[in-house]
Write a protein that binds this ligand. Structure first.
Ligand code: HEM
Ligand code: HEM
Length: 407
């Protein structure tokens, strides 16, 4: 029998129940394993596969859950087997409704998290990766991650109680409650509903989920890493550097930004250094000059992988808290009309790097924008990531700034 009756779950309801139960339990296990696996070069491939499988199972749950709920709406819900035990029946029903909420909130929050963050383990299907209307945003990813993490706690509790209840009925009471869901047997007396009003269990579940989402969205946030807090004003203050020992006119940086783009799992992840300083000497007449830049590497933020980027395998900021770039400026005349053929010292390695830039002069104000491309292998960065499948070799550096000629 496909449909439910007053005393029995039909085949379709049972199939939905067990398929979704299996997928949810698998995804909980994968999520837990993922959360407890250290993020290193050795585990990167494993984690990518694990999260891809986790996400693919999760989005499948979401679609099955929608179909399940639509189906349940057309069906009678079997009566409680022990309607006289009011508290127990109420608890069981609240948990059933909470679990219906879980099969929507859990995968949806995961999918919003996936869509909002950059650099990802893809969902293994051909139907696109991102939810429409979800923008790439670090803040949104954090909030969705908080909903996802808190919901996981609610699921541990509710699924735990639910399974314990099912086992209690099967092992101690042997009253046919589990057999009703497993084999589709009849249990309970037709027409004997619980005396609690129908609306109470779903309302309690709705309040529970609203509370979880509300707390994750509006509740206390984990303290922002220092680097990110420093980045808050959009045009980050740039410390003034010592003027180079040159006779050429000096220029003082008024504002600017220093960003990098790294390819992570095939997607560009953008980051920036909040604190850096540049000492510039430049003679507009001759088109020559020199520049010296000091970068506070601890001020780097790089999406959701900031900690990893600052860690020992990459920028190793604990040991190398600053990087420097210095070299002569020449006017090239073509395309990007200027160039710095400089030396970049990063994590203790000094490598020649060319920065091509365009320069616009308006009176005593100069605006420049330029780009350089580095190869992380030149600096021994990410040695454990031997190929480009997880972290690309080339890193693009984007600089733009406005400077005024010192009087
Ligand atoms: C059946 C639905 C799902 C369940 C039960 C589930 C469960 C979990 C659990 C238990 C964790 C570990 C969380 C923690 O301990 O803080 C986790 C993490 C994660 N899940 Fe899911 N998940 C589901 C669906 C999804 C979906 C559909 C996606 C994306 C499309 C997703 C993406 C993620 C990501 C990216 C993490 C890592 C979060 C982080 O490290 O901040 N999940 N999930
Ligand atoms: C080994 C694991 C599980 C066991 C033994 C189990 C057992 C049961 C049983 C016996 C019922 C019927 C209760 C009754 O007739 O009053 C039931 C209902 C239900 N279960 Fe599970 N379950 C398990 C896992 C899950 C999981 C992971 C979910 C999460 C989505 C879930 C969601 C539900 C829901 C929503 C109902 C109510 C169905 C309805 O009345 O429409 N179950 N379960």
């Amino acid at each position: 029998m496909l449909a439910n009756t007053d005393t029995r779950y039909g085949l379709i309801a049972r199939l939905f129940h067990w398929v979704i139960a299996l997928l949810i339990l698998t995804d909980l296990a994968l999520g837990l394993i993922g959360e407890n696996t250290p993020r290193t070069a050795d585990t990167a491939e494993f984690l990518k596969t694990l999260y891809s499988v986790h996400k693919t199972i999760g989005v499948s749950v979401l679609f099955l859950a929608v179909l399940r709920i639509l189906w349940a709406l057309t069906q009678p819900r079997p009566v409680p087997v022990h309607p006289a035990r009011r508290a127990e029946t109420l608890l069981a029903e609240v948990i059933h409704w909470a679990l219906y909420g879980a099969i929507i909130v859990m995968p949806l929050s995961g999918w919003v998290l996936h869509s909002a963050e950059s650099g990802f383990a893809p969902i293994l299907w051909p139907f696109g990766q991102n939810l429409p209307f979800v923008v790439k945003s670090e803040t949104l990813a954090q909030t969705a991650g908080a909903v996802h993490g808190l919901s996981a706690l609610v699921i541990y509790l509710t699924v735990g109680l639910h399974i314990a209840g099912a086992l209690k009925h099967a092992v101690f009471e042997r009253d046919g409650v589990l057999a009703r869901m497993l084999q589709g047997r009849d249990a309970g007396t037709p027409g004997q509903r619980a005396t609690t009003p129908h609306a109470v269990p779903p309302l309690v579940a709705i309040v529970l989920w609203a509370g979880v989402i509300g707390f994750a969205v509006f509740g206390p946030k984990p303290p922002m890493p220092e680097a990110e807090a420093a980045q808050m004003p959009t045009s980050a203050p740039v410390a003034t550097a010592a003027v180079p020992t040159s006779d050429l006119p000096a220029w003082t940086v008024q504002e600017g930004s220093l960003g990098i783009t790294v390819m992570q799992m095939g997607a560009g992840v953008e980051g920036r250094f909040a604190t850096w300083s540049a000492a510039i000497a430049y003679d507009p007449g001759a088109g020559t000059g020199e520049v010296s830049v000091t970068i506070d590497t601890t001020s780097l933020t790089l999406g959701s992988v900031t900690a990893q980027a600052q860690g020992p395998e990459f920028f190793n900021t604990a040991t190398y808290a600053s990087a420097t770039f210095a070299g002569p400026i020449t006017r090239t005349g073509a395309g990007p009309d200027h160039q710095v053929a400089g030396m970049l010292t990063l994590v203790g390695q000094t490598v020649p790097v060319t920065l091509d830039f365009t320069l616009d002069l308006a009176g005593d104000t100069a605006t420049m924008a330029g780009q350089a491309t580095l190869d992380r292998r030149d600096f021994g960065m990410g040695a454990g990531y031997a190929d480009e499948s997880t972290v690309g070799y080339s890193v693009t550096v984007d600089v733009s700034l406005t400077a005024t000629r010192a009087p």
